[in-house]
Ligand binder design. Structure first.
Ligand SMILES: [Zn+2]
Length: 308
């Protein structure tokens, strides 16, 4: 009598929003990448070039997000009866590892320049202006993307929003480095390049780590398990429950639980209660995308509890 599998309609419903916000972000990342790399070369700022290549890698990660979002929006099918949410997770892990690798390359380059000061660049006003424009555009993208992420309840899009904010901050660091270097402290531009690359490394590491946590089926935090328990116990007729198991899939909760009911109930009544618990979980928590509810007579649970 466990309720049948259900794929979350939200994945489909918000797909156009996810796609639009990601395409807008990708286009701006491309514009910023070309603009900053060109301005960095002409305006002689290593930090700005690193920032520009960062934007280029952002564009690549946007492309991965787009492909991933498309896949995870596909309904469960014969090959993937649990849906395609994990494809998004794997893509995020890959992007994380890529960012980590790119960042390490930049840090090594900047350190080598610091060790050979004659290779340090001499930034001009052009580099300064390009970094300032980048800060403005990225801040606007942050607000826009965060609004869409809240609406679509997508962790991946929310990660992208904060990514825009961190991009804005990294351009602020570039401004500091360029201003310092224009003032005569040439090494400040290379230090800024290292800091910018450092933020990319941290970001990449976090993406990779969070995705791996999800891939090894880590349960949701105790606080959220308590919320789910509250929803289950709120259903009239549920005496208790056991075996509450949760895991994340594409940023949403997938769970199963056994509810303990009055042993005298008919099979039909027990099934109705199980369906009610399930509906409560899916409707009561926007994060739950799938719940499997089985039933057992309440006395078995009590006896088990006493003996435990
Ligand atoms: Zn970025």
């Amino acid at each position: 009598m466990a309720a049948a599998l259900r794929t979350n309609a939200n994945l489909d419903q918000y797909w156009p929003d996810k796609r639009r916000v990601t395409i807008v972000g990708a286009i701006w990342n491309l514009i910023l990448a070309v603009g900053k790399i060109a301005a960095g070369i002409v305006g002689q700022s290593q930090a700005l070039i690193v920032d520009g290549i960062h934007s280029l890698s952002d564009m690549v990660s946007d492309a991965v997000v787009l492909v991933a979002a498309r896949w995870s929006a596909i309904e469960a099918d014969h090959n993937h009866p649990y849906g395609h949410g994990r494809i998004e997770t794997v893509a995020t892990a890959i992007v994380g590892v890529l960012l980590l690798a790119v960042a390490i390359g930049f840090i090594v380059d900047a350190v080598l320049r610091l060790l050979e000061p004659e290779r340090l660049m001499r930034p001009s006003w052009l580099a300064l202006w390009a970094a300032a424009v980048s800060v403005g555009i990225k801040e606007i993208l942050f607000w826009y993307t965060r609004r869409v992420a809240q609406h679509a309840r997508s962790n991946l899009i929310m990660a992208n929003a904060w990514h825009h904010r961190s991009d804005a901050l990294s351009s602020v660091v570039v401004i500091a480095g360029v201003v310092g270097a224009m003032g005569g402290l040439l090494w400040l531009d290379a230090i800024a390049a290292i800091l910018v690359a450092g933020t990319v490394a941290v970001m990449g590491g976090r993406f990779a780590f969070n995705s791996l946590v999800e891939l090894v089926d880590t349960a949701v935090p105790p606080r959220r398990q308590k919320e789910l328990a509250g929803i289950i116990m709120a259903v009239d007729g549920v005496h208790d429950f056991r075996n509450l198991r949760t895991r994340m899939m594409g940023g949403q909760v997938v769970m199963d639980v056994c509810v303990l009911l009055d042993p005298q109930l008919s099979l039909a009544e027990a099934d109705r209660l199980a369906a009610e618990v399930r509906r409560g979980l899916l409707d009561g928590s926007t994060e739950v995308s799938d719940a499997v509810v089985s039933v057992a007579p309440a006395w078995s649970g009590m006896r088990r509890r006493r003996s435990a």
